[in-house]
Design a protein around this ligand. Structure first.
Ligand code: KG4
Ligand code: ZN
Length: 325
């Protein structure tokens, strides 16, 4: 079964063709990062307008690279939320139009669920029950997954998402946008010598990252940060310490077989390394290009939704504040 995936929830216009939910035939991404970088963050209207310009060319590119014609497709999967309403509407409208013209079934995908399904695109397939840590620009969720489409959210952030904290901390340190990759790079030549607090929120699987960000801001304001590489490494370590410890604790408590990491922050090299090094059970992490926003993960998730009979009507709407469960 060949599924065309379409993703426009935030600032990447992406299209991909995936076979049987596991084999990537094409995965095309038109990034808007440079466009938004001059504003220091995403400007929603600019994002929507850019999606309008890029969506048809990127779909044509994905079809050509995947060597598929419209007749070869068996369905379309599109992100319906969470995300920016104006951005989501572009992908959903185009997906509906193609489904109508080609008489294809449509399935609306939760972007966070799609991040989890990026793990089905690697060689080692996930085994249930598993625990997934989703760390993106808007979310930090710890999810117990007992089967396809069967989720229990064990914890989530109470304030900033991990990626959001990286982006804000990078701005505080003058490292630019997007902040996550900038901190990842800067931290490479730094030491973790600057003491920063960790919010453990004991007895829960929830997270909180606003405290560590504010602590960093105070140090910078007081002129106590002389070396940005040390600040980046120390900040990164504080966030990763909490993510890794709480994920492993939840994995032990719920006796899962594997830990899955996903979302944009899963591209962070130190997080990948620390989670693997400290986990007593296997850890699966998609390659970096499948961690940040892409449409292959949407197509993979869509395949498993089609398998479960989850076909949506052409009256489906976007859900900007869609949750995991
Ligand atoms: O999943 P994603 O691409 O978009 C959302 O769904 O939000 O995640 C984007 C987030 C941004 O906050 C970005 O700074 C962060 O992922 N990110 C990283 C790295 N690459 C992207 N954070 C830390 N280290 C990285 N290497
Ligand atoms: Zn995402």
């Amino acid at each position: 079964m060949k599924v065309l995936g379409i993703e426009t929830s935030c600032d990447e216009t992406a299209a991909a063709v995936v076979e049987d939910g596991v084999k990537v035939l094409s995965n095309e991404i038109a990034s808007q990062v440079e466009l938004h970088a001059r504003y220091g963050g995403i400007v929603p209207e600019v994002a929507s307008r850019q999606h309008i310009l890029a969506i048809i060319p990127i779909i044509e590119q994905a079809m050509a690279k995947g060597r598929v014609s419209w007749h070869d497709l068996d369905g379309i999967a599109v992100t319906i939320g969470p995300g920016l309403a104006g951005s989501l509407l572009v992908g959903v409208s185009v997906a509906k139009a193609i489904c109508l013209a080609c008489e294809l079934p449509l399935t609306g995908v939760n972007h966070l669920e799609a991040h989890i399904y990026a793990n089905w695109l690697a060689d080692h397939k996930p085994l249930f029950p598993l625990l997934c840590l989703i760390v993106s620009g808007g979310h930090s969720d710890l999810v117990l997954m007992r089967g396809h489409g069967d989720y229990v959210v064990l914890g989530r952030t109470r304030d900033d998402a991990a990626g959001e904290a990286f982006d804000k901390a990078a701005r505080i340190m003058g490292l630019g946008y997007p902040g996550g990759p900038a901190i990842d790079r800067a931290a490479e030549s730094g030491t973790t010598s600057i003491e920063l607090p960790r919010s453990w929120l004991k007895g829960t699987s929830d997270f909180s990252f606003s405290g560590v960000k504010t602590a960093l801001l105070r140090l910078v304001e007081k002129g106590k940060v002389c070396n940005i590489a040390d600040a980046a490494a120390s900040f990164q370590e504080a966030v990763i310490d909490v993510l890794v410890s709480k994920t492993i604790a939840a994995a032990k408590q719920h006796r899962v077989r594997q830990i899955l990491l996903s979302g944009g922050v899963a591209a962070n090299r130190r997080l990948r390394q620390q989670l693997v090094a400290n986990s007593p059970i296997p850890v699966l992490i998609p390659e970096p290009i499948l961690c940040t926003d892409n449409a292959a993960m949407v197509a993979a998730c869509g395949y498993f939704r089609f398998q479960a009979g989850k076909v949506d009507g052409l009256d489906i709407d976007v859900v900007p504040s869609l949750k995991m469960a």
